[in-house]
Design a protein around this ligand. Structure first.
Ligand SMILES: [Ca+2]
Length: 429
């Protein structure tokens, strides 16, 4: 039986062949594309179009070879499955790749990383009337960057806005990649598929997330509908009916916004919702976006705060440092927002604060899912002032990558990635 190192050496040889045969020249495929394009449009001569078409046909034949790549690699992957003691030799699925990545970590094996530059958040187009932020989750449950993605510019375009039937904050977005991918030979693009992203509050797990259901005595409420509070709400909380983050659709229906003020004197108090009562179904590898809007300049409050979801939390060590106006605080987009990590008994979402002086205003608690698109997870969040309107868009900058043969071949052939480092133990061939 070959050792892991020997098997990886075998695979490295195959990677060299596959990468070298079709992909080694980063200019080959773009050159063919450019030639075909110019042949159709500009080339002089009665047979130029025929030449372009023939070259395009040849390119298609190249692409058709890729399924054969897998049959060349598979025997070596089976060797690896046997050597690592994987439970089912011959089953090359997502579970196997997860097993292999973990095994590589344990055995200090790594391949060269593609070094993708994946922005954490996209800014709105400068010409928009409204605003919003496109959030992207790009790491796996080990906090490794998912390197099985296309290099592309991602665009979220508003297709149904608040004037066309979507609630405020519930606009519909189409997510697309540019440029359009020709085929598997060109992983620098993406198929022009679209996926609707809905404004977060339209896919909301929490009850009374915007404190839109007022209590009988807003200045001294005896309870906050939908929320558990471990103190005396009448003495320590009050609804603020004039200052709030934004109107939720429910508030908009009555043209009455509200936020909740946490007052000093109660000690460290927790507002929470027990998610067992919300029929919240979390798939272990699907990230969630968990956020809350806070305002820290009413009475210049002092103290500490913390946003939490199960065992994951975001400490806010000094609420006096919250910027003037409303700010949205998110749980960081890492493994902590995957349910296999945040899971706790009982599972609660909440916010706690120890307000020592002044008022801390709380509004628009968000707990919602991401949308999977082209290997990355996206969530669209509207801004506080005006939501994006039809045809306005948010764009993520182009992703970029360095040449990484092992990793690129694994992506092209299997749609997967290996454990990767900038300085790998298994060099590229
Ligand atoms: Ca509200």
């Amino acid at each position: 039986m070959a050792t892991r190192a020997q098997i990886f050496a075998n695979i490295s040889g195959v990677v060299d062949v596959l990468y070298g045969s079709l992909l080694r020249s980063p200019t080959l495929i773009p050159s063919i594309n450019a030639y075909v394009g110019s042949a159709a449009a500009n080339l002089i001569g009665s047979r130029a179009a025929d030449g372009g078409a023939a070259l395009k046909a040849l390119r298609t034949q190249f692409a058709d070879l890729v399924p054969g790549f897998q049959s060349v690699l598979d025997p070596h992957i089976f060797d690896l499955q046997e050597e690592t003691g994987y439970k089912q030799i011959g089953s090359i699925d997502a579970e196997w790749w997860e097993f292999l990545r973990d095994d590589m970590v344990v055995n200090a094996l790594s391949v060269k990383e593609r070094n993708l530059t994946i922005p954490a958040s996209g800014a709105p187009n400068g010409g928009n009337v409204g605003n919003g932020t496109l959030h992207v989750m790009s790491t796996d449950f080990r906090d490794r960057t998912r390197e099985n993605v296309d290099l592309a510019k991602y665009l979220a375009i508003c297709t149904v806005d608040q004037n066309q039937g979507a609630g405020v904050g519930q606009e519909t977005f189409e997510l697309s990649q540019t440029p359009t991918q020709e085929d598997v030979l060109d992983p620098s693009g993406g198929i022009g598929e679209v996926s609707a992203l809905t404004g977060i509050s339209g896919d909301q797990i929490l009850t009374n997330h915007s404190f839109q259901t007022l209590s009988a005595a807003p200045a001294a409420p005896t309870e906050i509908f939908g929320w558990d509070y471990d103190g005396d709400p009448a003495a320590e909380l009050e609804f603020d009916l004039t200052d709030f983050y934004r109107l939720s659709p429910e508030e908009d229906a009555f043209n009455q916004g509200a936020s909740l003020r946490m007052k000093p004197g109660g000690g460290n108090r927790t507002l929470s919702q027990d998610l067992r009562q919300r029929n919240a179904a979390f798939s272990e590898d699907e990230p969630v976006i968990a956020a809350i809007a806070l305002r820290g300049d009413l009475g210049n409050p002092t103290g500490t705060g913390e946003l939490f979801l199960g065992s994951t939390s975001l400490p806010i060590p000094d609420i006096s440092a919250i910027p003037v106006g409303w700010s949205v605080f998110f749980l960081p987009l890492d493994k902590g927002v995957l349910s296999r990590d945040f899971n706790a008994q009982p599972l609660q979402f909440g916010f706690r604060a120890n307000v020592l002086s002044g008022y801390l205003s709380v509004d628009t608690a968000i707990l919602s899912s991401f949308t999977l698109y082209q290997g990355l997870w996206f969530a669209m969040l509207g801004g506080p002032v005006a939501s994006l309107q039809r045809d306005e868009y948010v764009v993520l900058v182009d992703l970029a990558a360095t040449e990484a043969k092992f990793q690129l071949v694994m992506y092209v052939v299997y749609g997967e990635y290996l454990h990767h480092l900038a300085v790998p133990t298994i060099p590229d061939p």
